[in-house]
Design a protein around this ligand. Structure first.
Ligand SMILES: [Zn+2]
Ligand SMILES: [Zn+2]
Length: 457
């Protein structure tokens, strides 16, 4: 199925990680980095060159090597990709709950029909096999997500079997016998009225039954108490925008973030007293739709002409250090328990390594040790004040560039400014504010999707 969207929408409404509702389908946009062929391939199956935008100043500011334009659709293989999220859905007739990823692996012959004839919309397999009717499945309204972005299906099986006597039947934390005996279509929804507490999830095998009434209760989070759901997930949740494992048909998973002193609680029992401090890091139940689970974090920067740096001696730095940090981590991989993802985590890990190791590696690489430690210390500060400073400095650079006369602009510099004196004698009240007026005839603006958050703080 193909849909056209504008390039600016690719980082806002349809940005990586967003959930998009199409008729009969709920989709999550995948990061274009997930599959190299998102950008297409030529006859010899080489990935097309990505449309890369380089700007050293903005690269350093955001700690990346380059920027890349979203792939634009040139044939049916090229373009932004999406996958079905949530995976949970139910039949409008018999109310059986299914998971799309299980349907794909259990019914490959129907999957072909779903893709070729139904634009990816699944039908109720049980009703079809009973009476030949293809009821289109309805995506689940409930999902779970953390503030830091991980998101997953609401764990119907785990929740339905939450009563002590049914817990051994759980898929996560039990032997999963109810699911196995019915090919993962063992659960159904029962609607007894209009309110949430009138909706029940029921196991057709063992008859466990729970009302969905308490799922939004923030005082007694159902995923935390009486048992910790993440305990049964090894502290991990899905990151569907990173794609799917084609062998297991499961979403790509990541460890849920919690500060180092609280990390152990993610994988163990949580006491009532710890409940409040853990809430911030724990997944909570949310309603899908109405755009309430995706807030893109975008940065708008201007591409400044190369000569601005030579003229003003503004030297970009930090890029070499970033690369060196990765090398250091790679060398010490065996000694590091958990592989870090962010610059903050990396810097913290490096500070925990013996100083001699870092010093000798610095000498070997010809890196100034003092500068390096300073860089690490600044970047390992949790409060991020450094980044704010960096951001303000970056805005000041833009201001300085706009208000300076830039010599020797080349064809590659998409920049042209004109500085004019203003005669404000007729407007004395403006005098104290205006000195000059700058006309920007040519300016290149980069809209960058840095990331996103799920739960508005
Ligand atoms: Zn059905
Ligand atoms: Zn059961």
């Amino acid at each position: 199925m193909g849909n056209e969207i504008r390039i600016s929408q690719a980082i806002r409404t349809f940005g990586t990680g967003s959930i998009v509702d199409f008729p009969d389908l709920s989709l999550m946009m995948i990061s274009p980095d997930e599959q190299e062929f998102s950008w297409g391939f030529d006859e010899s199956s080489n990935g097309f060159d990505k449309n890369i935008v380089k700007d050293e100043r903005l690269q350093n500011l955001l700690g990346v090597d380059f920027f890349v334009l979203p792939p634009s659709k040139t044939n049916k293989y090229v373009g932004l990709k999406a996958l079905q999220f949530p995976g949970n859905c139910y039949c409008p007739d018999c109310r059986t709950i299914y998971n799309i990823n299980h349907l794909i692996s259990n019914y490959p012959h129907y999957y072909k029909i779903v893709i070729e004839k139904r634009s990816g919309a699944w039908f109720c397999v049980s009703c079809f096999e009973k009476n030949g009717t293809k009821y289109t499945l309805i995506p689940s309204r409930f999902i779970i997500a953390t503030e830091y972005g991980l998101i997953d299906d609401f764990p119907y099986d785990w929740y339905c079997h939450k009563n002590e006597k049914y817990r051994p039947n759980r898929i996560e934390g039990g032997d999963g016998k109810c699911a196995i005996s019915r090919n993962h279509s063992h659960l159904k929804l029962e609607f007894e009225g209009a309110s949430l507490s009138d909706i029940y999830v029921k196991c057709k095998v063992c008859s466990a039954r729970e009302s969905l009434g308490p799922i939004f209760d923030l005082d007694n989070p159902v995923l935390m108490l009486p048992l910790n759901y993440l305990w049964n997930r090894n502290g991990m949740l899905s990151a569907p925008w990173k794609g799917i494992n084609y062998k297991t048909h499961e979403f790509y998973k990541e460890t849920v973030y919690a500060p180092p002193n609280l990390k152990e609680y993610l994988k163990g029992a949580i006491k009532k007293e710890e409940k409040d401090v853990m809430k911030k890091y724990f997944p909570r139940v949310l309603q899908r739709g109405a755009g309430n689970v995706f807030f893109p974090v975008n940065y708008i920067g201007f591409v400044l002409p190369k000569n601005f740096y030579t003229q003003s001696k503004e030297k970009p730095s930090g890029k070499e250090f970033n690369k060196f940090i990765d090398v250091l981590i790679l060398i010490n991989k065996g000694n590091i328990e958990e592989q870090p993802n962010t610059l903050l985590e990396k810097c913290k890990i490096i500070l925990s390594l013996p100083k001699e190791i870092i010093n000798s590696t610095c000498i070997g690489a010809g890196i100034n040790q003092e500068d390096f430690f300073q860089y690490i210390e600044i970047n390992s500060e949790e409060n991020k004040s450094f980044l704010i400073e960096k951001n303000e400095k970056s805005r000041y650079d833009e201001f300085k560039c706009f208000t300076s006369k830039i010599e020797n602009l080349t064809k590659n510099d998409w920049f042209k400014n004109e500085i004019k004196d203003v005669n404000t004698s007729n407007y004395p009240e403006l005098n104290k504010f205006l000195n000059k007026v700058v006309l920007l005839h040519k300016l290149k603006q980069l809209n960058i999707q840095k990331g996103f958050t799920r739960v508005r703080p």
